[in-house]
Design a protein. Sequence first.
Length: 196
Amino acid sequence: MSRWIFEPGHTEAEFRARHMMITWVRGLFKDIHGSLEFDWDRCMDATFQGEIDATKVWTGEPNRDAHLRSADFFDVDHYPKIFFTGRATERTGYTHAKVSADLTIRGVTRPVTLDVAYLGEWETPFWVGDENRGTMRRMGFEATTTINRHDFGVAWQDKLPGGGVVVSNEIYVTVDAEAILEADLERTGAIEGYRD
């Protein structure tokens, strides 16, 4: 199996929650680091692992971001990282599959099933300044899932008249992942930027 490294500048996890029962609030995690073992001809043997820097949660509103980092939500002072590890479980189409992941938020690990679309592989140029270092193979995925935030202890809530809530329990998650072949990172000298 080939080892691929997530490209943190082009890998992100977006979440959305219902606010005040009537609209959506979206947030974003960038700075996702990890790796994937994957070959197209053995795609159902794929495995992956990684981590997300929860301290960098972004919704576009600084006061809300500070609240999300607090103990009411992600409690980043005690749990600055979100971890995930998983594997392919079922092929659902030529370029689609289900994967099973163990997701850890606030120190709580729960199984999550994601629907994944493989977006393909492309050979791309790599330059450092004016120097052509050759090419790197990249591939992309999009994954979606729904989680209940209370399963992970993300339980802050306020009630509205008539039985409504300020924040929905169900959170919709979309992950856009770009990965670069590790051998190409090493060959071009770019690997240093991807080491932990």
